[in-house]
Ligand binder design. Structure first.
Ligand SMILES: Cc1cc2nc3c(=O)[nH]c(=O)nc-3n(C[C@H](O)[C@H](O)[C@H](O)COP(=O)(O)OP(=O)(O)OC[C@H]3O[C@@H](n4cnc5c(N)ncnc54)[C@H](O)[C@@H]3O)c2cc1C
Length: 439
């Protein structure tokens, strides 16, 4: 892999679906793009999802072609496992400081054969499966990772040397160090996405109980390449026969600093619930909700389909979740359609539809403003939705606020177009015209 050059047209921060789309749109227009992702693989949240609403397409099947296209595009330089440390505005353009973390191997010669992973004796909870499965101390991030290169987790490595002995290309380098790299770019697109609210945020919902699940972990459990290969509950490996979803478990709640609607929770919960009805014969799945917000194209129809196929929806305010015997869960709920009658139900599994929060903050890194909720501020939201408070810096995807995949893609495309116009206006060139023609 060629080394990072010292000048690009645009920097895209974040290699999720929004960042990849922005990079590809700019690359297709002839701009040279540096796409920086802080984890060892691009793909963001989407590559770990099971299926997507409302079409129920396999998420990784439609995401991986975009990942491959981004990685192999002649005008996109992909830089994974790298953090942006600082972005400084120059007269024209920006000077960027990058922190390239070491994988402790030579990326050029690693062939992604997996031999090191198979030889490693250490097992660690796997981030990709939200801690439900295990990975080794040296590992390829997941089956669809791009690049398919191993990464060594030095915090857990015992330096037994087994990986080094089996490596067919002799690519390991335990002495590697972080590299600081400086790059000049003409424009920046922030596409740093989201994470979900930590599970313990509302202790009354039992977020720390083993059978109270995170919706991202449920995506992995439902995936055919997930940690169990089928839907089992984490505490004891039992097939769950009754499952409750608690909607707005961490959204529309000023008490926890998340006053906004996270927009995708109703739909992902309906999607997961419908799929559970397909995966587990006669399973009882109930969604406890305040309002169902099925706002997108085909979404209302999807909601009707889920209900027609046996998903129960109950307008109710869950007061608390406690553990009963055998890791079962007791859910105490105020039934809003029954005059506020309080009821108690026992479930095998509970999923908390947690809200979305920003995965990254600009503070001290780049001088753009954020909204009170931490998402990137977009002062011209109506007419120029990707503009930030700094000229030349644009935003796309969930970094600007919660949204689904189609909206993230559309917004990232708008950010790329705005960046292209900006670069043309200021006649920014990452290469001399002669060099650009030679590419
Ligand atoms: C449980 C669940 C299920 C969902 N199901 C669906 C569905 O079926 N259909 C649908 O349309 N939507 C669904 N969504 C929403 C969907 O996941 C998002 O719309 C989409 O992932 C947004 O993409 P993004 O690129 O904006 O963010 P992300 O996917 O979060 O990608 C951001 C990327 O930026 C990287 N990054 C962050 N900070 C930095 C940094 N400082 N430097 C470099 N890189 C950085 C991250 O590592 C990540 O790779 C679901 C969401 C959840 C929580």
């Amino acid at each position: 892999m060629a080394d990072i050059r010292d000048r690009y047209d645009a920097l895209v921060i974040g290699g999720g679906i929004a960042g990849m789309q922005a990079a590809l749109d700019l690359g297709e227009q002839g701009f040279e793009v540096l796409l920086v992702e802080r984890t060892p693989s691009i793909g963001g949240v989407m590559v770990g999802l099971n299926k997507v609403f409302p079409t129920l397409d396999c998420s990784s099947c439609i995401c991986t072609p975009r990942m491959a296209e981004s990685a192999h595009h002649p005008r996109i330089r992909l830089q994974t496992y790298t953090e942006v440390r600082h972005v400084e505005a120059l007269g024209t353009g920006f000077r960027v400081e990058l922190d390239c973390k070491p994988r402790y191997l030579d990326e050029e010669t690693c062939i992604g054969c997996d031999e090191c992973e198979l030889a490693c004796p250490i097992e660690v909870p796997h981030e990709f499966d939200y801690g439900l499965g295990a990975r080794r101390a040296i590992y390829i991030p997941h089956g669809n990772a791009i690049p398919q290169k191993a990464v060594l987790d030095v915090e857990h490595c015992i330096f037994c040397g087994k990986c080094e002995r089996v490596c067919p290309t002799n690519c390991l380098d335990f002495t590697a160090e972080s590299r600081t790299v400086h790059v000049d770019v003409g424009a920046v697109i922030v596409a740093t996405g989201f994470e979900i609210l930590p599970m313990g945020t509302k202790p009354e919902y039992g977020g720390r109980l083993p059978n109270v699940m995170n919706p991202m972990a449920m995506e992995r459990i439902q995936s055919s390449n997930g940690p169990y290969g089928r839907v089992l509950r984490p505490a004891d490996g039992k097939i769950p026969r009754s499952i409750a979803y608690i909607q707005c478990a961490g959204s529309r709640d000023r008490s926890i600093g998340v006053p906004y609607c996270s927009r995708v929770c109703c739909m992902y919960a309906l999607k997961q619930a419908l799929l559970l009805r397909h995966y587990i014969h006669d399973v009882d799945v109930t969604l406890y909700y305040m309002d169902i917000r099925a706002f997108g194209k085909g979404y209302e129809q999807f909601y009707r389909r889920a209900v027609a196929e046996g998903v129960k929806v109950v307008k109710g305010k869950v007061a608390r979740v406690t553990e009963a015997e055998n890791f079962d869960l007791l859910l105490r709920v105020e039934l809003l359609d029954e005059g506020g009658r309080v009821d108690e139900h026992r479930y095998d599994l509970v999923v908390l539809s947690q809200g979305l929060i920003p995965a990254w903050h600009a503070d001290g890194i780049i001088d753009i403003e954020e909204d009170a909720d931490g998402f990137v501020h977009t002062p011209e939201i109506k007419l120029n939705p990707s503009f930030t408070t700094m000229p030349g810096v644009f935003v796309g995807g969930v970094a600007a606020g919660p949204k689904d995949i189609p909206d993230a893609i559309v917004e990232a495309g708008e950010a790329a177009m705005a960046a292209a116009n900006y670069l043309k206006r200021f006649r920014w060139r990452s290469r001399t015209p002669a060099a650009a023609v030679a590419v």
